[in-house]
Design a protein around this ligand. Structure first.
Ligand code: CA2
Length: 146
């Protein structure tokens, strides 16, 4: 099982700012992931609240049936030490995804405090990043030693 968690404002995807985040809505993106991995059970959540995101990380982060968590923390990536601590605390591997290339944007987006705790980070691949993250998590058994 893979869990996908999307943070604040990502429920607005496809409705505004298509030049930055594309035209796909969040349900479209999740549908695309399920279609790409038909044998994998994909659970998805979106929350605008920091505490709920932390609760989800705790809920699935110790679940032996969970192969990994894909998280787009949205703007929380840039300052939520609480979400960073939650990611660091859990045993399930976590991949952080950003749709846009945060390093090519405003300076305040260049740093991700949550990325420090993640096993891998994907940024700037558009909504394809979610599929790449799932592929990586499912492939972790063949991981290279770095
Ligand atoms: O690139 C990403 O995926 C981000 O995590 C998206 C966040 C942003 O704060 C991060 O720096 C990078 C913002 C999500 C807001 O999404 C919107 C979508 C449509 C319209 C308005 C906001």
């Amino acid at each position: 099982m893979i869990v996908i968690i999307n943070g604040p404002n990502l429920n607005l995807l496809g409705k505004r700012s298509p030049h930055i985040y594309g035209t796909r809505t969040l349900p479209d993106i999740i549908k695309g992931v399920r279609k790409a991995f038909p044998k994998v059970s994909v659970m998805d959540f979106q929350s605008n609240s920091e505490g709920s995101i932390i609760d989800l990380i705790h809920q699935f982060g110790f679940d032996t049936n969970c192969d990994g968590i894909v998280i787009n923390p949205g703007a929380y990536a840039h300052y939520s030490l609480a979400i960073a601590d939650a990611i660091e605390a859990v045993s399930v591997p976590v991949v952080e995804v950003h749709i846009s290339n945060i390093h090519a944007r405003e300076e305040f987006r260049h740093n991700s405090v949550t990325a420090r705790a993640a096993k891998a980070v994907i940024a700037g691949c558009g909504t394809l990043g979610y599929k790449l993250a799932v592929e990586y998590l499912l492939d972790l058994d063949d991981e290279l030693p770095f």
